[in-house]
Design a protein around this ligand. Structure first.
Ligand code: NAP
Length: 288
């Protein structure tokens, strides 16, 4: 079987267009524009590009941007104070602290003080707890993007065998929780899983979020499976995923490429989360 390729770029564009429309309707109803505050500490060029991309995408859909850039020698206390200030600012619907932060700033601890109602990255312990309990909340953007790709391709998750390779707080664990919420039978694998190949061969839906180029071989993929590759690895051959794409595409029914699969979904879901946060703060139903 030659797999159909999931076009993450096109789906992300659709999500962004939908958010733009919903923001316009929100403004017409007399609400203030949703606002996204990004906080970047230091001058790491890659992080600067990521934050710039998030702010540009926000502006395109009518979200107001608050782009805070602190010098590389900013103290932990300064970032802490800024995050609290943004938490109190009614113009700010969502707050994103770009990680990693310089050594003297404990990014993990600071994530925990972000107001959960403004946690558009979905990474605070409150958001993680709501997800674990199956309660409404702001979901981490990349995992939410994975589910959106599956939804837009009508992939049946109820009762499906889903295998997630990777158990990070950022991707693996939240993806697994989201799949479980859709009634999939979920197996989470990690570096100490025995016979990873055999576990992967069970999967109707196989998600790879590891950070190792082509770890998942083509013959680990069940005939007709759906394969979602979250990995982004910089190699001499350019950007590659965690799945041997050519081998997997011979057996899968649907597969994401790298780049152009999951990657573009992250910013799209951040925009959606920012609008959801604005609705929530205005006391409107946020989850439909
Ligand atoms: P991470 O925190 O490094 O976690 C990697 C996970 O893979 C860990 O749970 C680790 O297991 C597991 N692992 C490592 N080697 C393994 C092996 N040989 N067999 C099975 N499992 C193994 O990485 P992450 O933040 O989740 O990111 C994963 C990948 O997704 C990276 O390539 C990253 O760049 C990419 N990513 C993409 C996006 C996007 O598309 N926008 C967003 C986030 C991340 P242990 O827990 O046992 O160590």
């Amino acid at each position: 079987m030659a797999a159909e390729i999931i076009d993450g770029k096109a789906i992300a564009q659709q999500v962004r267009a939908e958010v733009a429309e919903e923001v316009a309707t929100w403004l017409e109803a007399g609400h203030p524009a949703p606002g996204l505050a990004t906080v970047l500490v230091g001058d790491d060029p890659a992080s600067g590009v990521y934050v710039g991309g998030k702010q540009k995408a926000s502006a395109e859909v009518g979200i107001e941007g608050f782009d805070h850039r602190l010098s590389a020698d900013a103290t932990h206390a300064q970032v802490d104070a800024l995050l609290r200030e943004l938490g109190d600012d009614p113009r700010v619907s969502g707050i994103l602290l770009q990680l990693p932060t310089p050594e003297q700033v404990d990014g993990g601890a600071l994530t925990e003080i972000i107001d959960p109602s403004k946690d558009v990255d979905g990474l605070t312990p409150i958001s993680a707890g709501l997800l674990a309990k199956g309660r409404p909340g702001l979901r981490p953007c990349t995992p939410a993007g994975v589910l959106e790709l599956l939804r837009r391709h009508d992939v049946e998750l109820q009762g499906a065998e889903a295998v997630v390779v990777g158990r990070s707080d950022l991707v693996g664990k939240p993806v697994a929780a989201l799949l479980l919420a859709q009634h999939a039978t979920v197996t989470i694998c990690h570096s100490r899983t025995r016979d990873l190949a055999e576990v992967c061969r069970r999967a109707d839906v196989l998600i790879a979020a590891v950070g190792k180029p082509a770890l998942v071989r083509g013959d680990w993929v069940k005939e007709g499976a759906v394969v979602i590759d979250v990995g982004i690895n910089r190699t001499d051959a350019g950007l590659t995923g965690d799945v041997d794409f050519d081998g997997a595409a011979e057996r899968a029914r649907l597969i994401t490429p790298v780049p152009g699969g999951v990657g573009p979904m992250t910013i799209a879901m951040l925009l959606r989360n920012t609008l959801t946060a604005a609705r929530m703060q205005a006391g409107e139903p946020a989850w439909t």
